[in-house]
Design a binder for this molecule. Structure first.
Ligand code: PMP
Length: 407
């Protein structure tokens, strides 16, 4: 059993004391965005109270302090991912922004007519649409790894897709809709045998499982700050320097240049070449605080506890009449999606909301995945380490009640 003191941890998150319609909030929508601990809330206040200044510009004291904090955060994130170099960590607006950056910049440099990009059938729209846009622009094509009925990648079919036309593989580390943990090490190994780089969408991974980019040998890895207990509007692109150094800038502007004349501009080195304009300084710094916070608790302990929650919830929900879990892989992180025969997911969500239970319903920005299962959407319960088994009991009671009312 878990060694975490959950009641103590819950005190770190003021929003968990909120009531909804007079009932204590039960927050099971962590996959959409996670709540923020006091440490992060205080760091945000601290930044604007004591540090607010632009970075990499000023000669003055505050600007230097803000710059130091900004770069210290980059170092923390590099250490968190075990990146070889700090300059392999680029601050972006989020996962979506980071994937768009790679799609644009990598595409411009390396993708030409007749080439292909591999994604999977379980991708979030933000790991589909940027590649479609780029493929249209470069006259390239998308190839898709299909999934089986458990919501796992069909690895045989993946291997069969690998050929000389493939320029990049972009897949989710963890599915946001089903929680499936994909065999990313195997994917990367096979890809590298064909000299194909791999981008991992780790938006649903870094907050749940320890991630080591050198051990994975991954070429690009992206995630969002707001899903890992940090601020919104900040994300990370990790890229191996040998790739990033070959890629043209995504956006032009201040900070990303070496020298500008009206005829020609030379670009700055990594990481600044990909950080045009004034960044979201507060969020960059406070993402570092969030990473300190969860590193302190410890990802292995978080992973173990969330797994207990998942097993408990799976047990409790699967006995409910007419309920079917979507995504039944043995390799899952703390996400549980389900449908109830004859009941619209939205109606279940609305009834749960009345009980103070926050879940997400719908397609979860994975419409192609919904198509694979032939369903319009699911009810998704996504866990964080501040959730409890008692909350899951209430969820199970709520779902049972909703099913009885709606069928
Ligand atoms: N990929 C996955 C797997 C996600 O879960 C999400 C967020 N739901 C995204 C990408 C997009 O992240 P963001 O909206 O923070 O850019």
């Amino acid at each position: 059993p878990s060694t975490l003191d959950i009641q103590q941890i819950r005190k770190d998150f003021p929003i968990l004391q909120t009531t909804v319609y007079g009932k204590p909030l039960i927050y099971f929508d962590n996959g959409a965005t996670a709540q923020k601990p006091w440490a992060v809330l205080k760091a945000i206040e601290d930044y604007y109270t004591h540090l607010n200044s632009n970075v990499h510009r000023g000669v003055h004291h505050l600007s230097q302090k803000a710059t130091d904090a900004y770069e210290a955060s980059r170092r923390k994130i590099a250490a968190f991912l075990n990146a070889r170099h700090d300059h392999e960590v680029i601050f972006t607006k989020g996962t979506t922004d980071a994937i768009n950056l790679v799609a644009y910049s990598f595409g411009k440099q390396f993708v030409k007519e007749g080439d292909t990009i591999i994604i999977s059938a379980m991708e979030h729209h933000s790991n589909i649409v940027p590649w479609q846009i780029m493929c249209e622009d470069r006259k390239a094509k998308l190839k898709v790894i299909p999934i089986n009925e458990k919501g796992e990648l069909k690895m045989d079919e993946f291997s069969a897709l690998l050929d000389k036309t493939v320029k990049l593989i972009a897949v989710a580390y963890v599915s946001n809709t089903m929680g499936t943990i994909n065999p990313v090490k195997d994917i990367i190994e096979q890809a590298h045998q064909h000299n194909i780089p791999v981008l991992l969408d780790a938006a649903q991974a870094v907050q749940h499982i320890p991630v080591d980019v050198q051990d994975l040998d991954v070429d690009f890895l992206v995630f969002s700050g707001h899903k890992i207990y940090g601020p919104t509007g900040i994300g990370i692109l990790y890229g191996k320097e040998e790739w990033l150094n070959q890629m043209p800038p995504y956006q032009g502007g201040g900070s990303m240049i070496k020298q500008v004349t009206l005829e020609k501009t030379t670009y700055h080195d990594l990481p600044f070449r990909f950080e045009a304009g004034t960044p979201n300084i507060e969020a960059c710094i406070c993402l570092g605080t969030a990473i300190d916070y969860i590193t302190n608790i410890g990802l292995p302990a978080i992973q173990q506890y969330e797994h207990e929650l998942l097993e408990y919830a799976t047990q409790k929900l699967s006995v409910i009449d007419k309920l079917r879990i979507i995504g039944t892989s043995a390799q899952k992180s703390g996400v549980l999606s389900f449908i109830v025969e004859g009941v619209h997911p939205y109606d279940v969500g609305v009834l749960l909301d009345k009980l103070g239970i926050a879940v997400r319903t719908g397609h979860h920005c994975t419409q192609p995945l919904m198509e694979c299962f032939g369903i319009p959407g699911t009810v998704r319960v996504s866990f964080a380490f501040y959730n409890t088994k008692e909350e899951i009991d209430q969820l199970a009671a709520g779902v049972t009640r909703a099913v009885a009312m709606l069928t």
